[in-house]
Design a protein. Structure first.
Length: 588
């Protein structure tokens, strides 16, 4: 690179840093706790080993991403500014590599395209959200792999640029959506050379095979570890086509007019009964077909750019089950790399304007996008700001209402939390976690009768949820229904065998049964609790005392002896033990 090129690269880096300056004062949001703040894998050398060798140790098997988090945690702990700064730098470096790549491909307006990529507000979600390190890290390696491969083929005249495989593998180990790179490279080779040599085809096929294997691992983890199963993902093939067609145009529209960007967009219904919805996929295919047919008049560049957009976006178009599809079929961060195609095409078209008009127009667009990016980063200041921004733009987002309610409840704003939980449930009545959260909050506020229906609904919707069973049991116990509470605690113990918390609650149910005079049920319950917590002096005391009062002193003595042994100086247990021994001695 020349001195001028280094200067322009520094200018790109500076512009990106200025546009994203607010993120340095931002915190962690949404699932950053799973990936960073509450991720036990980031604390030790053993954790680092598991990041690489245990696919289930982290939420997704992206070991390079979690290794970067591991390093950062040991450098600056959990101070979020460092994590945000790294994301910004990675994004800026990607823009610089993109500029060099477009120069190599002789794309007009390469610098403008790189600036548009660096400063477009649709990319704020990928940069300002720490967990989306996946995007910015994989994106950098993706673009480096493309640059190495195409430089080897186009400039160095190497038939098989094997050096490209290393950054491609690094991209895959950061996010497997980059598996589409070999297809994108094949498109570019067709555009520039109109042919792909056999050796190049073999290398690209090998890269694609490796990418497919790691992508299959991601799909498996999404299904079995993250949980992409259920009605939210039960789409028929034709419904997936409808989702893909609409999403294709949605993303292009947000690139052209980045207004009302939000963390969660409304989730539409892929209703094939509305014939007009088929216009979306039909129009997408027609547009690509028209660009291909007009390649001799327009050149192959426009078709290549839009085909790249479609191919790179394909994994997020609804053909594969992704967890965010539970909330929306689209998200800004899904088009991080795919946006390069339309952005490069727009910049190339702008480069055809007369210089007198081109330079001020480009400067104006860059300044406007930079200002929009600066403003958009403010929404990621903290979790509450993000959820409130989302609700303002998408008031029908049940998840945003639920998550805001959780924050308000933790802060002690019970009234605000209840309001948002109720709004969330009015939008999605079958959300088990919202019923559980609202029920628990109402119970904590002493409104047990109001809480009970929500807790019962939560347990019915999620019968294998430990907390739902425990909280329902607590409410039933508070309403003086210990027999039903006992059933819920036993269910919790079936979910988590031997759990001491559930066992202690079971013992409390036993005591409550005894107070109601239901002696046999109480004895049975306390015996079960004593087996689970043999070192608990109170359970042993309560069981022994209950048996003694029921006229069964010989059965009571061993439990009271345990209570005295476990807690020396336990006066009540010693007194009841002496009474039980006397009663046993008097027995015929």
């Amino acid at each position: 690179m020349t001195r001028r090129a280094w200067g322009l690269a520094a200018l790109l880096l500076l512009a990106t840093a200025v546009a994203y300056a607010p993120v340095l004062r931002s915190g962690f949001v949404w699932d950053d706790d799973d990936h960073v703040t509450k991720n036990p894998m980031l604390s030790s050398a053993e954790g680092l080993r598991r990041i690489w060798l245990d696919a289930g140790a982290t939420p997704q098997y992206y070991p390079l991403v979690h290794t970067s988090f591991w390093i950062e945690k040991h450098l600056w702990g959990l101070r979020p500014a460092g994590y945000h700064a790294v994301n910004v730098v990675l994004h800026a470096l990607s823009a610089i590599v993109l500029w060099r790549l477009l120069l190599l491909l002789e794309v007009p307006g390469a610098l403008a395209a790189a600036a548009l990529f660096a400063l477009h507000p649709v990319h704020v979600e990928s940069v300002a959200w720490v967990s989306e390190r996946k995007n910015v890290l994989s994106g950098l390696f993706y673009l480096l792999a493309a640059l190495v491969f195409l430089r080897g083929v186009l400039r160095e005249r190497r038939a098989v640029p094997l050096r490209a495989f290393a950054p491609y593998l690094a991209a895959l180990l950061s996010k497997t959506v980059t598996a589409s790179l070999p297809v994108a490279l094949a498109l570019v080779l067709w555009w520039k050379r109109r042919r792909i040599e056999r050796a190049q085809a073999l290398l690209l096929a090998g890269m694609l095979a490796v990418g497919a294997l790691l992508a299959l691992l991601t799909v498996s983890l999404e299904t079995h570890q993250i949980g992409t199963t259920g009605d939210d993902w039960s789409l028929a093939p034709h419904e997936r086509v409808l989702v893909a067609g609409r999403a294709f145009w949605f993303y292009l529209a947000k690139l052209a007019l980045p207004s009302r960007l939000t963390f969660l967009y409304p989730r539409w219904r892929p209703d094939e009964g509305l014939s007009w919805t088929w216009l979306f996929p039909a129009a997408a295919l027609a547009a690509l077909g028209a660009l291909f047919a007009l390649r001799k008049r327009l050149g192959a560049g426009p078709f290549t750019a839009m085909a790249f957009f479609g191919v790179t976006l394909a994994p997020a178009l609804g053909f594969f089950d992704l967890y965010p599809m539970r909330y929306s079929f689209v998200a800004d961060h899904f088009q991080y790399l795919a946006s390069i195609g339309p952005i490069a095409l727009a910049a190339a078209c702008g480069a055809r304007l007369p210089r007198r008009a081109r330079v001020p127009a480009a400067a104006a667009v860059v300044l406007v996008l930079g200002a929009l990016t600066f403003h958009r980063t403010l929404a990621f200041h903290d979790a509450e700001t993000l959820w409130r921004d989302t609700i303002r733009k998408n008031p029908g987002s049940w998840m945003a209402h639920n998550n805001l309610a959780i924050l308000l409840a933790d802060r002690g704003d019970a009234a605000g939390a209840i309001e948002h939980f109720e709004t969330s449930l009015s939008i999605r009545p079958d959300h088990a976690a919202a019923h559980a959260n609202l029920g628990y909050l109402l119970a904590r506020e002493g409104k047990l009768a109001t809480a009970l229906p929500h807790l019962e609904k939560a347990a019915a919707l999620a019968p294998d949820d430990y907390n739902a069973s425990v909280h329902l049991g607590d409410a039933l116990l508070g309403l003086a229904r210990p027999g039903e509470a006992r059933t819920r605690y036993l269910r919790a113990l079936a979910i988590r065998p031997g759990d001491p918390e559930a066992a202690a609650r079971l013992a409390a149910a036993g005591v409550a049964l005894a107070r109601q005079g239901r002696t046999e049920e109480a004895v049975e319950t306390l015996v079960a609790a004593a087996r689970l917590l043999p070192g608990d002096a109170d359970i042993a005391y309560n069981l022994g005392t209950l048996l003694a009062r029921a006229g069964r002193p010989e059965e009571a003595i061993p439990h009271l002896e345990d209570a005295v042994r476990l807690r020396p100086g336990f006066a009540d247990a010693e007194r009841n033990l002496a009474l039980a021994r006397r009663e046993a001695a008097r027995a015929p």
